[in-house]
Design a protein around this ligand. Structure first.
Ligand code: HEC
Ligand code: HEC
Length: 465
């Protein structure tokens, strides 16, 4: 088992080798590069690939870069005092630690055992730990007492590795090895499984400018997305869910960093850019030299900065300031409120009907227009709306009462307030007042029951409880 710690980057070589994971064995042990990365000029492409490999490793040999706010599951600590024997000593952890998981392993980060060439004393099973005395007993005697202050890590990347295994079983066939939404089953699905690499998630409780929160991801995976193939994983235990989410966030961060690196390089060093620079008279040598200099001098700092940006968006999404919080509580549902909502729905101010249609069945005039493919002069071969993944997307049929982002009034409020990220469903935060959004919410919730008798309104009241 190999181990390195570089700039707080922990290499998690596989502890599991006893025939587990057959699915994993048969799947490619490499992450795919994105199309955009592949369109870079050779040396630029290699630089992106090398950075990804350095910072994230491969699916077999993952690396846990502590730059990202991901729960990798590692427990860090140091020796407080040598004890009665070389394998018993008291410790202090960086974070309070009541118990250790079963079959925990201690890996030395500093001190004489960390430096040891052979693995003999480096990864050692822990026999017991007592929070009361703070004493750890290792399953194996060491050649000498560890020194006060020697640092260690327990179960490096434990949670991430657990997550990876669960992901392979439950998610990979739709979301793919690289989290690109291209798993073997995905081809037949509409909407397609999410491509995590963009870091864009649709059904969030956060502002339109912010990412998905941890609580949103928990909800999505537990409950699934009604009306799509995204299943509910109610049966996952809490620690399993957390492990999967670590892995999803890790895949997502990896993809985001890839995308950002490409964005830095692509203007000057895509294959096409290099070709046109040559046409304009620059020599291959001059371009190569310039790129080489960029890659060897500035680029690692650039990558560092980009990773920090990615990390910050994940952290910020969990702060209170990022949450959608209506300034007034829900306007009580009433015929008057629904009527006001209905008027807004049809109005020029909200324009809901231009997409969702006057009756809400999702057939407004916007669905009949042919649109240009972004960045080109060509039109899509079918009319209507497209999402950021270039997939055709229909405005929701509101008469069906199936809401992918949740059916509570606050969910619908958030949908209208923040829009649906990555799709043409706009955010109305700046356009509509809180009161107006509540009227719209009341109206939207009544659409499935429109034209039914007052008896139906009673049924609806019951079903909303
Ligand atoms: C049968 C296919 C399938 C499986 C299996 C599956 N998903 Fe999905 N998933 C989807 C589809 C389809 C969507 C997109 C739905 C949409 O766009 O409305 C999705 C979307 C998501 C999203 C994005 C939600 C958002 O708001 O943007 C997350 C996160 C997610 N899945 C996580 C998981 C995890 C974790 C697992 C495994 C525990 C998993 N999925 C298993 C099909 C699947
Ligand atoms: C430019 C077109 C467009 C406009 C304008 C628009 N929508 Fe949408 N809306 C969409 C699309 C597209 C979706 C489906 C997105 C997806 O899930 O991929 C959607 C989805 C929805 C959903 C489903 C939410 C869920 O959880 O499933 C609701 C509710 C909704 N819109 C309400 C509204 C209301 C109310 C307005 C006006 C204030 C409005 N929309 C304006 C395009 C639009």
């Amino acid at each position: 088992m190999s181990f390195r710690l570089i700039n707080s980057l922990i290499v998690l070589s596989f502890i599991c080798c006893s025939g587990c994971d057959s699915l994993f064995m048969s799947s490619p042990a490499e992450f795919k590069l994105s199309k955009r990365t592949k369109s870079l000029h050779g040396p630029a492409k290699n630089a992106v690939q090398r950075n990804l490999l350095d910072k994230f490793g491969t699916p077999v040999d993952m690396k846990a870069w502590e730059r990202f706010p991901i729960n990798y599951g590692s427990i860090k600590g140091k020796v407080k005092e040598p004890g009665s024997s070389t394998n018993a000593f008291s410790v202090s952890f960086n974070n309070e630690q009541e118990i250790l998981p079963e079959n925990s392993i201690l890996r030395w980060l500093t001190g004489s055992f960390a430096a040891a060439e052979e693995d003999l004393f480096r990864d050692i099973p822990i026999e017991s730990y007592s929070a009361e005395t703070g004493e750890i007993v290792l399953a194996k005697k060491l050649s000498e007492d560890p020194k006060e202050g020697d640092q260690f890590i327990i179960n490096p990347g434990f949670v991430l590795q657990h997550g990876r295994k669960l992901y392979m079983t439950h998610c990979l066939h739709c979301h793919g090895v690289s989290g690109d939404g291209n798993g073997p089953t995905s081809e037949y699905l509409n909407p397609r499984p999410r491509d995590y690499r963009d870091g864009v998630f649709k059904f969030t409780s956060t502002l339109s400018t912010e990412k998905v929160s941890h609580a949103d991801l928990q909800r999505i995976v537990k409950k699934g997305i009604p009306g799509t193939y995204m299943p509910s994983f109610m049966l996952l235990k809490d620690d399993e869910l957390e492990a999967i989410l670590s892995y999803v966030q890790w895949l997502s961060s990896r993809g985001e960093l890839e995308k950002k690196m490409v964005a830095e390089l692509e203007a000057d060093y895509s294959t096409a850019a290099v070709r046109s620079r040559k046409k304009e008279g620059e020599t291959s040598e001059a371009i190569s030299k310039e790129l080489q200099e960029l890659l060897s001098v500035e680029f690692s700092e650039t990558v560092d900065g980009l990773a920090t940006e990615v990390a910050e968006t994940w952290t910020r999404a969990n702060s209170k300031e990022s949450l959608v919080v209506p300034k007034i509580s829900r306007v009580p549902d009433s015929p008057e409120s629904r009527q006001k909502g209905r008027e807004l729905y049809l109005s020029n101010k909200a324009k809901c009907a231009t997409c969702h249609g006057p009756k809400g069945i999702g057939n407004g005039p916007e669905t009949k227009l042919f649109r240009k493919i972004p960045g080109t002069n060509k039109e899509y071969d079918q009319p209507g709306l497209f999402d950021m993944w270039d997939k055709h997307v229909k405005p929701r049929d509101l008469t069906r009462g199936i809401y992918r982002g949740g059916r509570r009034p606050i969910d619908l409020y958030s949908r209208v307030y923040s829009g649906i990220k990555g799709t043409p469903m706009p955010a109305f935060a700046g356009t509509l007042t809180d009161e107006e959004i509540w009227h719209l919410t009341n109206y939207v919730m009544s659409v499935p029951f429109e034209g039914q008798s007052s008896h139906a309104t009673e049924t609806e009241k019951v079903s909303q409880k």
